[in-house]
Design a protein around this ligand. Structure first.
Ligand code: ZN
Length: 950
């Protein structure tokens, strides 16, 4: 799955200028409570409620004594009554004698079930009793005869259900045609635990089986599934039955089907795979970019992994109602419309980047996740960390103009933000129930997973890393894996073409020699024990802070667990194997040093003026420079900032503010460093600067602190004034120049920087006079709309355009503008509308609420809205989902008073345990506590610093 809320390419805890890009926000996840299988037999007995028959299984995980081999599914959705009927015939193998078959089922009305035994040519079929245990979403088929080991049986189940009104299971989606007609379609979203809402199944990723799917539909519709159609049969005049080819062996969460009136465009890859993009008919002219990108990317992956894509086709479908960014169903990937459809005339530069990366993500999953799948959801990162990481590997080669590699470090900043809290969790974490599984879809699995893989690649070198991956994918094709399977594959691979310096030892470790001339090598003889090293990154939460003290030629190193929080007495027992890299004033060649102990010393060949660790931010750690280390770097930035790369500059900005949070540096030191930004023009350092500075005044906006708040706003505008003035109001330049322009102009206009406001007002007026027909440059639209929406009249005009189909590519930009209005009635109205889901799609509700929460006029309303509609929101978006986490954290993370903290705690404590114990709730509470502490320590200092520096 591709997350929606932690995306391109900037960390954002609050800066509203980047909201438009649905940027990284703290995602949620949960403290894991292993007690769920302690729900005992007594509970099961009582709840099954089927006379005297007890439910024969008492664990949330399915027993392993029955294994599915093949599913025959027949589904018949009725898009008028919004119901469906189903018939599932599942061939099973028995491993251990039993008289019951336990499998998953949720909200399905089962009308008949049988078990069939085959003996030679004859078979006996017996109807069986079905018990249901809803708390575990399980059913039990009770056989009248014992099921014997080694024998095959066929379980048949007839059932019916309603199409889901949420975004998971087999669910209803609607769209409006250009003529205003509302049309219905039905689509699926099964990951992680919703296949059981569409058909009874063994709904755990390790129960892989083959699927033969048949779908009945009206002749005016078409049906899609993982495999191509082999034949279509007319069952009646008004009913067609499509038979799809039998699938490869795969997990239930990857099954998919759609019944719709979509249109498509298609192309072939070099190896003859048919790629098609499906959309609602009116948007088919926005499908070409995705089609070309998918062809290029599938070709790339087949080549990179040296494993052919095993299906004959890959369909990419844009679904009008979609909760996350996209889903990797094998052969039928599904997307939110804004994650797939691109209009060359109207879409923004960031949309192009986002769409390319999402497609790259879902296609990477066809290997990582689909072909080789994690054994259980505790290792979700094996799917998601990889897919996230592969986005950068693939797109940097297939679409070099996008320069995606420049943005990678933003992922690590996002991950560190949540990973610095006590409520974080190790990458690999035990989970059991559906809400806990949902909570794994967070920044730790995705972003941290990707960052530690990138660090490992940098450590091993790209060729060794790739060779290990290919070995892993080959060895475990159509199977399931755990963490250690990956590390073993990587550890057993040696650098390609590097045989003199490295050799595979008997124990499977590669060694390298220190006498090599290549700078890519380590400074001392080391055994590359990948498993031991990577366990330090995946089995413990958080990340290290490395403190560097330079004494002459000696560099003293010290590592500790970086953790925010008032009671941050240094946590002991945490130790990482940190592959350090550094450059110095004397050498820009990257040097390396593996730190495996708490303290160590490295010796430089000569004394240096400055040293910069974590080159390019390829490592997942932050660095503190003791004594005058920071002063030397700050002078370097002020005098000659281009002496180090833009990513190194961005990482210094990030690290210096991180160190303020834990009291290692004073805020004035960090602000001193920020002064250099006056001369900065590259996207990542500019964004990182804004990401650090803007949240400070966002906290003040929610309190009565006008004087300092306004001074700080003035300081930031002044810092970027030259760069803002240089921006042209058109769409010229590279993608990164265009994204920079778009964000800077929105920031400037929102901060009421007059030259920007004047120009935006003029554009808005002309656009309004043309009744919305005038073509505005795409990169300035959000700024223009945002300024226009400040008057009631402008807001209403903008909303009247929002409703029209030909503004659909701009819907997100218009939503940003509508939700930064100062008019409280308008803000309330737009939130209410998004819950109704008629003119504003409910899929957009989470970010609309969060936009409103960032607005000084709206934060009270957003919090009230969240509280009052909690039950509805959970029903729609699912407990534990990234959408719920996005709202909980996004609405509360700019609170910094004790009253606000008490209010938030009180509300969540009043909810039932499953809600109050969500990890996102813990993160929200911890974040507010951190904000309170931060303001107590830093507010007066900021005030004084601003007085001295304005
Ligand atoms: Zn994914």
């Amino acid at each position: 799955m591709a997350a929606l809320f932690s995306t391109l390419p900037f960390a954002d805890k609050s800066s509203f200028m980047m909201m438009m890009m649905t940027i990284g926000v703290l995602n949620g996840a949960v403290s894991v409570n292993n007690d769920h299988n302690s729900k005992n037999r007594e509970t099961a007995d009582v709840v099954s409620g089927n006379g005297s028959k007890p439910f024969p299984w008492d664990k949330i995980r399915l027993p392993k004594h029955v294994i599915p081999v093949h599913y025959d599914l027949l589904l018949h959705p009725n898009l008028t009554t919004l119901t469906f009927t189903g018939f599932a015939r599942i061939e099973i193998t028995v491993n251990q004698q039993t008289s019951s078959v336990i499998l998953h089922s949720k909200h399905l009305q089962i009308t008949r079930a049988t078990i069939q035994r085959r003996m030679g040519n004859s078979h006996t079929e017996k109807e069986v009793m079905v018990l249901e245990y809803p708390p575990f979403e399980q059913i039990a088929l009770l056989a009248a005869f014992p099921l014997h080991v080694g024998q095959n049986y066929t379980v048949s189940i007839e059932y019916s259900a309603n199409l889901s009104e949420s975004f998971h299971g087999f669910y209803k989606s609607t769209y409006r045609t250009q003529e205003g007609e509302v049309r219905v379609l039905a689509s699926t979203q099964f990951e992680p635990t919703a296949a059981r809402m569409a058909f009874p199944c063994f709904d755990e990723p390790s129960f892989k089986a083959r699927f033969s799917i048949k779908i009945r539909r009206e002749p005016k519709h078409l049906a899609l599934s993982n495999m191509p159609i082999v034949k279509s049969v007319n069952v009646a005049n008004w009913l067609v039955e499509d038979h799809f080819d039998v699938s490869v062996k795969m997990s239930t969460y990857l099954v998919a089907f759609i019944v719709s009136d979509f249109k498509s465009v298609s192309k072939m890859t070099t190896s003859g795979i048919k790629i098609s993009v499906y959309t609602v008919p009116d948007k088919i002219n926005q499908a070409d970019y995705a089609l070309d990108a998918a062809v290029k990317l599938l070709d790339f992956y087949e080549n990179y992994f040296s494993i052919p894509y095993p299906l004959p086709k890959q369909d990419l479908a844009a679904i009008p109602d979609f909760q996350s960014g996209a889903m990797e169903n094998w052969g039928l990937t599904t997307y939110r419309e804004s994650s797939l459809l691109y209009d060359p005339e109207k879409s923004s530069a960031s949309a192009k980047l986002w769409i390319t990366m999402i497609i790259a993500h879902e296609l990477a999953h066809q290997w990582f996740g689909n072909l080789v799948t994690m054994e259980w959801w505790n290792d979700l990162w094996l799917n998601e960390g990889f897919a996230k990481f592969m986005e950068y590997v693939s797109v940097s080669i297939t679409h070099p103009d996008l320069k995606v590699e420049d943005y990678f470090l933003g992922k690590c900043f996002d991950a560190m933000e949540v990973d610095a809290l006590n409520s974080s969790h190790p990458v690999s974490t035990p989970v059991e129930d559906p809400a806990q599984i949902q909570e794994m879809f967070d920044d730790v699995s995705y972003e941290k997973g990707a960052c530690i893989l990138n660090m490992l690649r940098d450590y091993l070198n790209a060729d060794v890393f790739k060779a290990g991956l290919v070995q892993y994918l080959r060895k475990y094709s159509y199977q399931n894996t755990k963490n250690e399977d990956l590390w073993n594959s990587l550890a057993h691979t040696c650098p390609v073409g590097d045989t003199q310096e490295s050799q595979l030892q008997g124990d499977g470790f590669c060694t390298r020699n220190q006498q090599t001339s290549s700078s890519a090598h380590w400074t001392r003889r080391e055994i590359l024990d990948v498993t031991t090293m990577m366990n330090t990154w995946t089995l413990q939460k958080g990340f290290p802070l490395v403190t560097v003290t330079v004494k002459g030629k000696n560099v003293h190193l010290h590592q500790e667990h970086y953790m925010k929080g008032s009671d941050s007495s240094p946590s002991t027992g945490y130790l990482w194997h940190v592959p350090l890299t550094y450059i110095t004033s004397k050498s820009d060649t990257v040097q390396r040093f593996l730190l495996t102990t708490k303290t160590d010393v490295l010796i430089l060949p000569e004394e240096v003026e400055w040293i910069k660790f974590n080159v390019g931010m390829n490592g997942y750690y932050i660095v503190h420079y003791e004594d005058d280390g920071w002063d030397a770097l700050i002078s370097l930035l002020k005098e000659n900032h281009t002496a180090i790369s833009s990513n190194d500059r961005a990482s210094l900005i990030n690290n210096v503010f991180q160190l303020v949070s834990i009291g290692k540096l004073s805020i004035s030191k960090a602000l001193d460093l920020s002064l250099y930004l006056k001369h900065e023009s590259q996207i990542m350092p500019v964004f990182q600067g804004m990401n650090e500075l803007i949240p400070m005044y966002k906290l003040m906006e929610k309190r009565d602190m006008d004087d300092v708040e306004n001074q700080l706003k003035g300081y930031i505008v002044n810092l970027f004034k030259d760069l803002i003035d240089k921006q042209s109001w058109n769409d010229e330049g590279s993608v990164s120049e265009r994204m920079l322009r778009s964000s800077l102009l929105l920031f400037a206009c929102a901060r009421k920087y007059q030259p920007c406001v004047d120009k935006a007002e003029e554009y808005f007026m002309k656009w309004k006079e043309s009744n919305g027909t005038l073509r505005l440059p795409n990169d300035v639209k959000t700024a223009v709309y945002a300024v226009g929406a400040q008057t009631i009249e402008g807001w209403d005009f903008l909303f009247s355009k929002y409703r029209l189909p030909w503004f659909n590519t701009e819907r997100n930009q218009i939503e940003v503008a509508l939700s930064i209005s100062r008019n409280k009635d308008k803000l309330q109205w737009i939130m209410d509308q998004s819950l109704l889901g008629d003119v504003v799609k409910t899929q957009d509700l989470p970010h609309i609420i969060v936009f409103v929460a960032k607005n000084p006029s709206g934060y009270h309303l957003a919090w009230k809205f969240l509280k009052e509609n909690w039950n509805k929101l959970v029903q729609k978006f699912e407990l534990g989902s990234p959408s719920i986490a996005h709202m909980v954290i996004g609405v509360t993370n700019q609170y910094s008073t004790r009253e606000q903290l008490a209010e938030v705690k009180e509300f969540f404590n009043s909810l039932e345990e499953k809600s109050s114990q969500l990890r996102c709730v813990q993160q929200a509470v911890e974040t507010i506590e951190e904000n309170i502490r931060w303001m107590d320590i830093n507010f007066e200092k900021i005030k004084i610093w601003l007085q001295n520096n304005m």
